[in-house]
Structures are given as structure tokens and as C-alpha cells.
Design a protein around this ligand. Structure first.
Ligand code: FPP
Length: 231
């Protein structure tokens, strides 16, 4: 399996169903993420990506935003950092860091530098991520480069993809969304054009590797032509 993506939805509902504060749901969600990383490493997955915090999540009340970002900062600086070392994970945060608090950005930079020589599974954590912002960012990069080199040739898909946050990472084969909704919510809109999509009613803190294995097995039975034919 080259690349599997997870949209981790349903943390809040998981907590509310148990009369717990939503913060507990996010903590359990982060624990599920740590478990998934170990499981996917054991399955020899090449790349795993996780949608942790979107640019649209900014619209939540400030206490909820600060709780989620606090959980993310704590787990990045502790469990994820330790696991990256143990499993040699190439952890990369993708998103618009300008939108994130300075303390979290410091933790992200430290983690990036600690993982720079790692060779194991690639892990993309989308934090402060929005697919639309990613595309705008890519256009800004390409426009500046093209102005510098006075390049007026038509833009190619390869060039566009090389300027996305996911440069050098294969597009997701599979996207699994938890939490009962059938949408991608601005997650990798260009990269998921040919991904197989799976929507689960289960809430993310109830992540279970057996279900993921079932989906991976199903994926291998699907014929993928990428718009072509068998011939
Ligand atoms: C969606 O559930 C989940 C989030 C907005 C936060 C996800 C964050 C984590 C799982 C922590 C990740 C940790 C690291 C280290 C990257 P929701 O609150 O929208 O749930 P609801 O739909 O039930 O309200």
C-alpha cells in the first residue's frame, strides 16, 4: 500500500455520547492516531496521512480551537516524537503554519528537524490545512518562479503537483473518513481525484485496525484504470 489517508471525524460526538467534555474526545482521537501509526508501520504502508485540523476548524469557538491545538501540541511533542524515533517515521506537517500559534509552530519545527534523516513510513499530519489554500500557495510559488525565469509556457499538472505540500508523495490510494459523513471537507482535493473513498459510521476514537485491513483487502480487488481502459 503506497498511501492511505484518514479523515479523523467524530471525536466530539464520541465524548458527548459518554457525557464527557469534548476535549476528552480529542485526547482519545490523538491516542487512536498513535495506535494507527504503529499498526500501519507494522503493515508496511509506505505513507499515511491524517487530517487533524483544517483551516475551517478555525470557525469553532475559541475554547474548542485552543483545546484541539493544545492536544495536538502535547501529542506531537511527546507520543509522536517518541514514536517517530522508535519507528524511524518521516513525519511531515502539512498546512499553513502562519495560522497556528507560535508555540505549536516551534514544536512542529523541532519535530521536523528530528525526523529529517528518518527513512521509515512517511507520515503527513495535516494541521492548519485547507486544500484551497494549498492550491493558492502552489500558484504563488509557481508564479514567482515563472516571473523570475520569465517562463510563459503553459503550466503542466506535474509542475502544479510539485508545488503542493504533498510534493514527492504518491497520491492517496485510499481515503477513509470516520464519523458518518460522506464528504472530503477540503482534504487534498487534487490528490484524491482517483482515490478509493470509504466512509465509516464509526467515530474516530473507535478506530480499529481490523476494519482498516478489511478496506485494504477490498481495495486490492478494485480495478483501477485512472480514466483509461484495460486494453
Ligand atoms: C473532528 O472531530 C476532529 C478534529 C477537529 C480534531 C482531530 C484531532 C485529533 C484527532 C488529534 C490529532 C493529534 C495530532 C498529534 C495530530 P469533531 O470535533 O468534528 O467531532 P464531531 O463531528 O463529533 O463534533
Amino acid at each position: 500500500m503506497k498511501h492511505i489517508s484518514f479523515i479523523m471525524d467524530g471525536n466530539g460526538r464520541w465524548a458527548e455520547q459518554r457525557n464527557l467534555p469534548r476535549l476528552s474526545g480529542h485526547e482519545m482521537g490523538a491516542k487512536a492516531l498513535v495506535k494507527a501509526l504503529t499498526d500501519l508501520h507494522n503493515l508496511n504502508v509506505e505513507c499515511a496521512s491524517f487530517y487533524a485540523f483544517s483551516t475551517d476548524n478555525d470557525k469553532r469557538n475559541s475554547q474548542e480551537v485552543s483545546n484541539i491545538l493544545g492536544v495536538i501540541a502535547y501529542f506531537l511533542d511527546n507520543d509522536i516524537k517518541a514514536l517517530a524515533k522508535e519507528l524511524d517515521l518521516q513525519v511531515r506537517i502539512i498546512g499553513d503554519l502562519k495560522r497556528l500559534p507560535e508555540k505549536l509552530v516551534d514544536i512542529i519545527c523541532q519535530l521536523n528537524s528530528k525526523c529529517i534523516n528518518n527513512k521509515g513510513m512517511k507520515v503527513l499530519l495535516a494541521i492548519g490545512y485547507g486544500g484551497d489554500i494549498e492550491i493558492c500557495n502552489a500558484f504563488d510559488i509557481l508564479l514567482k518562479k515563472r516571473m523570475l525565469f520569465k517562463d510563459t509556457t503553459p503550466l503542466t499538472p506535474n509542475e502544479l503537483f510539485s508545488a503542493l505540500y504533498t510534493a514527492n508523495v504518491p497520491n492517496p490510494d485510499i481515503v477513509i473518513r470516520y464519523g458518518g459523513y460522506s464528504r472530503l471537507s477540503n482534504f487534498m482535493p487534487l490528490q484524491t481525484a482517483y482515490s478509493e473513498l470509504f466512509f465509516l459510521d464509526a467515530l474516530w476514537p473507535d478506530y480499529d485496525i481490523e476494519k482498516v485491513k478489511e478496506i485494504i483487502n477490498k481495495f486490492y480487488t478494485i480495478k483501477r484504470n485512472f480514466g483509461g481502459t484495460d486494453a
